[in-house]
Write a protein that binds this ligand. Structure first.
Ligand code: AOF
Ligand code: ZN
Length: 443
């Protein structure tokens, strides 16, 4: 994330007046009048609202990796300009942020009656694993609720706010909404589509190679970039690779940062070729491992894999895994996010089916060369640069001597051999799109 420009100092509560406001401030400072006072107060209250919502955002992020497929939510209770309670959604199925903040109030011996609460997501109003947060806020006698994002969950979606208002609680919406929305991009996508949010990640040399022509790939990027990947693994529910990557690299796909959490490993392996001695199968009884395959597979191999703790998911009757079906089934299993780590065939298939939402491209300042050295995307590619899949909201950062280019996909759907002029919109559900591939490699 780019450094956020804030007009205040979080620690001291002091104000920094941006240049656009200098005029207003100096008018007020040189000759205080009602207009100047009004503007200054308005400015201060916006800054205070943002300051408390920023704190709620900080709290919410602490739930990262533990609440999936629920959203990250933080809450701060404020009375007379002072924080009297804080909380966040800590674990899936556990207390919601608002109830944790109310609990914190009680622990501190404070009363939330007449206080304001800042919450990054609209309070829920339904019975799920937890009772409605709206009930808790009404019972506690909160005066005002400041909300970041609306909850797109159809069970909530505006109803939570309406219930609070109908009980005489003031509700202010869209406080730091962009930051609150961005924090829950995975939840928003999952709750709207039922499909996991897919992040395609690859590390390549400056000449676009993910390995040398002999297959050697350790390491293309440096330590900082690799650590960043492990931080991402820690936040994503699952990590997926194709069988060719398993056969070439024998990866463990674990999260190797202190206190990190391993994502569920998923291998796209149409013919169940994964070796029983591979690192993934050997550790399948410790780390959940799903092998997606086609109907035509050996019953003997399947049972050997199952005995070692692998889950077998049969997706499609054709010779290759039906990726659209696989992602739908993963969504049904409450897997809300997939970190797609290659290889090139699987990455192209997912991209061309419109299943990829975001890309993280790590670029090392190295030149590898070699016609046979692989690049991040296989498949048949587009026929014209104007048909290329485009990234939007792109951002470039440095990690040691490597670059990270990230961005979101905003693509027309193009499958191999399809007339680009007949391309479909990405807003259409991938499950309805034709899987018109002419891939030669097998995943
Ligand atoms: C909130 N505060 O901290 C969270 C909310 O099964 P449950 O009871 O945990 O409910 C999950 C749903 O509640 C989730 O899909 C989302 O709509 C909302 N999450 N709401 O007010 C919270 N985590
Ligand atoms: Zn709730």
């Amino acid at each position: 994330m780019p450094a956020m420009q804030t007009p205040w100092n979080l620690d001291s509560g002091a104000f920094y007046i941006p240049s656009s406001s200098t005029f207003v401030y100096s008018v007020y400072a040189s000759s205080p009048n009602d207009f100047g006072l009004f503007l200054f107060d308005a400015y201060r209250s916006v800054a205070m609202e943002s300051k408390f919502m920023l704190r709620a955002l900080e709290l919410a992020k602490q739930g990262g990796g533990n609440v999936s497929p629920n959203p990250l939510v933080g809450a701060v209770i404020v009375k007379d300009g002072r924080i009297i309670g804080e909380g966040f959604h800590e674990t899936y199925g556990g207390l919601h942020a608002e109830r944790n903040a109310l609990l914190d109030c009680r622990t501190r011996g404070e009363s939330a009656a007449g206080a304001d609460i800042y919450v990054t997501l609209e309070p829920c109003c339904h019975h799920g694993k937890q009772p409605p947060c709206t009930d808790a806020l009404i019972e506690a006698g909160l005066r005002r609720v400041y909300v970041g994002s609306r909850d797109p969950n159809p069970l909530v979606s505006g109803k939570g706010i309406a219930i609070l208002r109908s009980h005489g609680i003031e509700v202010e919406e869209q406080i730091l909404r962009e930051a609150c929305d961005a924090m829950n991009v995975i939840f928003f996508h999952y709750i709207r589509t039922g499909l996991p949010f897919v992040l395609l990640k690859y590390a390549m040399s400056l000449d676009g190679k993910i390995a040398c022509s002999n297959g050697a790939s350790r390491w293309i990027t440096g330590e900082q970039a690799r650590r960043h990947v492990h931080e991402t693994r820690n936040r994503y529910a699952s990590i997926m690779v194709g069988i060719n990557t398993v056969l070439a690299d024998d990866p463990s796909l674990s999260c190797r940062i202190p206190g990190g959490r391993n994502p569920i490993r998923i291998v796209c392996d149409s013919g169940l070729r994964i070796p029983l001695h591979s690192a993934l199968v050997q550790s399948a009884s410790d780390i959940r491992t799903i092998i997606a395959c086609c109907e035509a597979h050996s019953a003997e191999k399947r049972s050997a894999l199952e005995q070692r703790g692998c889950e077998i998911l049969v997706c499609g009757k054709a010779a290759q895994v039906d990726l659209a079906e696989l992602f739908r089934r993963l969504g049904e299993k409450q897997i809300d996010s997939v970190l797609l780590e290659g290889g090139a065939t699987l990455a192209w298939s997912a991209l061309s089916l419109g299943l990829v939402n975001r890309v993280h491209a790590y670029i090392a300042p190295k030149l590898i060369g070699g016609v046979a050295a692989p690049s991040p995307l296989g498949g048949c590619g587009v026929k014209n640069p104007s048909d290329a899949f485009r990234l939007v909201k792109e951002k470039l950062s440095t990690l040691g001597s490597d670059l990270l280019l990230e961005g979101d996909l905003e693509v027309p759907f193009l499958s191999c051999g399809q007339d680009p002029t007949a391309s479909q919109s990405r807003t259409e559900s991938p499950s309805k799109r034709p899987a018109n591939h002419s891939r030669k490699e097998v995943i």
